[in-house]
Design a protein around this ligand. Structure first.
Ligand SMILES: [Zn+2]
Length: 172
């Protein structure tokens, strides 16, 4: 396994919609293993393929105390409820905001072997999936915020790029 480099905003392909995964096999399994290792080494709870420079509809996640999960070509079919929670992103290191997300979602996807998955997720798991799913559409969490908050965040981002400081808390 190998730790991959994490793509940081605004580098490609972070801001592009990712292409569907069409080929399942050992190469995909290897990529997923590397993404899981990269996620753990970065203390993230989720990682999408565009964050390691690969524009494919593929994400991995792991809830605290949970097992790593891989979703290929995920679609969010239903969304209900709304809650705010602080989020960060490995592609926007040091930036955090309270982001509104649905509290229950229904997801259709494939596993790493191409088998169909259809399940419901709630609360923190639903939040991680929505965050990573957004990466596959070329969206980052500030886009889920109102314009003023978003502008303030990106101003903070520019400021941090000029004066780096150590970061903390959970990112995905
Ligand atoms: Zn992220």
């Amino acid at each position: 396994m190998a730790i991959m480099n994490i793509t940081v905003y605004p580098d490609a392909p972070l801001l592009e919609p990712a292409a569907r995964v069409e080929h399942f096999g050992p190469e995909l399994v290897k990529l997923v293993e590397d993404m899981v290792e990269t996620m753990f080494s970065s203390d993230g709870v989720g990682l999408a393929a565009p964050q390691v420079g690969i524009s494919r509809q593929l994400l991995v996640l792991c809830e605290p105390e949970g097992e790593p999960v891989c979703l290929v070509n995920p679609e969010i079919l239903e969304m209900d409820g709304k809650a705010y929670m602080e989020e960060g992103c490995l592609s926007l290191p040091g930036l955090y905001a309270n982001v509104p997300r649905a509290t229950r979602i229904r997801v259709r996807a494939q596993d790493v072997e191409g088998n169909p998955l259809d399940f419901e997720a709630q609360d923190f798991l639903a939040r991680i999936i929505q965050h990573e799913y957004d990466h596959l559409q070329g969206k980052l969490f500030p886009e889920r915020l109102d314009l003023m908050t978003r502008d303030a965040l990106f101003a903070e981002w520019e400021e941090m790029r000029e004066n780096p400081r150590p970061d903390a808390a959970v990112s995905n």
